[in-house]
Design a protein around this ligand. Structure first.
Ligand code: KIV
Ligand code: ZN
Length: 514
């Protein structure tokens, strides 16, 4: 099994990615991303952690019903209840995997689990035995693997393979590993464990030292792993996970060196990146490899000259191979409902009901009245807005007027609804956004703290819509509000109210790793 040259891409954007502060997604958003991952031909989609909350359970179930081509996986702690919950959520899937884990490092066993190593070993075996009742496709991870004792790892991993684990995933949970050591550890484990060839070996790296992609590749080349776990845009806890787009394009661009086969359709990468960024409110930095706005912009004169003479002088990948198309004006004021609906389908954004299409089309017409050129990115943003509107909208934006002039204190008047009742509030501030938030807070009195505020242009030029992310924190809960509008102050008000809506919803989730 491990001699194969086929490398499995396991995407965990919807599970580990969602563990980033504020990145929580609704069921519909998760299904939309899962469909895009399927279009990209990702082998395994980790759709969530079923025992985290009823919402997570429902999202996994919906993905298991909607996606046919990829294997659908749920994470579960190493206990009967979590595993049964994962199996129930995965029931509709054509191909399902249960991914169970338990920490094996001395630090995690003593301080977090308060368990003796022998108890951990027993628990791991019981978990695999339990998972086997539901599926033959079982993945096991020794959490904090890179800081675990190697002799103990050998015992645990040999035992779980003997119980029926078919994938052994080696995590660098805290992003502590360095490539040569990480790769060599996996190689030694595979050599020392007598039944290691009965499982596919996998790597799962965090990016705390910026080494996640390098460690993953070392795990493959030195260690012989044949599955890489990764996320779109490298989303994930703290500094994130291995970025799918980086690892896939490294393997593909340098196939002369790696010599591995991948099933991925790389032309779907940019669409996936934009979708994840828009839904989670995590903007992609311009100089980010592969999916950053500058990744293929050859700005300096010397480079432009070279590119004009022969592309390969400075370009190692083609922009079109990862799905960068020239920004297209796709629709305009006169486009009809059918053209709009067809474009939604092409963008992989089919809405569930005709009522939703009608509402999104009304928003599109409204936008087309205010903005001469409508790009794909605008359509994606308005569908996201529409999906938020379908959710329980306790706070709803109505209108805004604002005044700022050099030397004067900016003021804003915001009309918005709380639980269906409209309020008109005025505020002052250091700038127009500050005045807008102060106006909203006069009535909302939310007690939330604004911990991040960012504005990005959705497309090019000054006529672009602004997409605003406002990260709010209250009583230890962190959420990202996202809003878009050609007027960036309106986009800010929408983002702030979207954050308040998320704080208002009482969704409690368990973090699997705490
Ligand atoms: O980082 C980690 O250890 C994990 C495990 C649950 C695989 O996410
Ligand atoms: Zn992780």
């Amino acid at each position: 099994m491990t001699n194969s040259n086929r490398l499995i891409i396991f995407d965990t954007t919807l599970r580990d990615g969602e563990q980033s502060p504020g990145a929580s997604m609704t069921k519909d958003e998760k299904v939309r991303i899962a469909r895009q991952l399927e279009r990209m031909r990702v082998d395994v989609i980790e759709a969530g952690f079923a025992a985290a909350s009823p919402g997570d359970f429902e999202a996994i179930r919906a993905i298991a019903s909607a996606v046919r081509e990829s294997t659908i996986c749920s994470l579960s702690r190493a206990n009967d209840r979590d595993i049964a919950r994962a199996a129930e959520a995965l029931a509709p899937a054509e191909r399902k995997r249960i991914h169970t884990f338990i920490a094996t490092s001395p630090l995690h066993m003593q301080m977090k689990l308060r368990m003796e190593p022998e108890q951990v070993l027993e628990q791991a075996k019981i978990a695999i035995r339990c998972a086997r009742q539901y599926t033959d496709d079982i993945e096991f991870s020794p959490e904090d693997g890179s800081r675990s004792d190697e002799d103990f790892l050998c015992r645990v991993l040999e035992a779980v393979i003997a119980e029926g684990a078919t994938t052994i995933n080696f995590p660098d949970t805290v992003g502590y590993a360095v490539p040569e050591v990480f790769g060599a550890t996996i190689k030694r484990l595979r050599e020392r464990i007598p039944n290691s060839d009965k499982a596919v070996w996998s790597v799962h790296c965090h990016n705390d030292l910026g080494l996640a992609v390098a460690n993953s590749l070392a795990g493959v080349m030195i260690g012989g792993a044949r599955q890489i776990e990764c996320t779109i845009n490298g989303l994930g806890e703290r500094a994130g996970n291995t970025a799918l787009e980086e690892v896939v394009m490294a393997l593909r661009t340098r196939s002369d060196h790696f010599g591995l086969e991948l099933g991925i359709d790389t032309t779907q990468i940019v669409a996936a990146s934009k979708m994840v960024s828009q839904i989670t409110g995590f903007a992609v930095q311009p100089n980010k490899a592969v999916v950053g706005a500058n990744a293929f912009a050859h700005a300096s004169g010397i480079h432009q000259d070279g590119i004009l003479k022969a592309r390969e002088t400075y370009e190692i990948m083609r922009a079109e191979d990862v799905g960068w198309a020239a920004n297209k004006i796709v629709l305009g004021k006169l486009s009809g409902r059918n053209a709009f609906k067809e474009r939604l389908r092409e963008l992989g954004m089919e809405l569930e009901s005709e009522a939703e299409v009608n509402a999104a089309f009304a928003r599109f017409k409204e936008l087309a009245d205010r903005k001469s050129e409508i790009f794909d990115e605008d359509i994606m943003a308005l569908v996201s807005d529409e999906e938020h509107a379908q959710e329980d909208e306790h706070y709803r934006f109505v209108s805004l007027s604002q005044r700022s002039e050099t030397g004067e204190i900016p003021t804003a008047k915001v009309v918005f609804a709380i639980g269906g009742k409209e309020f008109a509030c005025e505020g002052e501030g250091d700038g127009p956004v500050d005045a807008t938030v102060n106006a909203i807070e006069k009535e909302a009195a939310s007690g939330a703290e604004l911990v991040l505020f960012s504005i990005n242009a959705i497309s090019n030029g000054t006529q672009s819509q602004g997409e605003v992310t406002m990260r709010l924190s209250r009583s230890g809960r962190i959420v990202n509000g996202v809003g878009s509008d050609p007027d960036i102050i309106v986009a800010s008000a929408k983002a702030y109210l979207s954050g308040l809506n998320k704080l208002h919803s009482k969704i409690e989730r368990v973090n699997p790793q705490q």
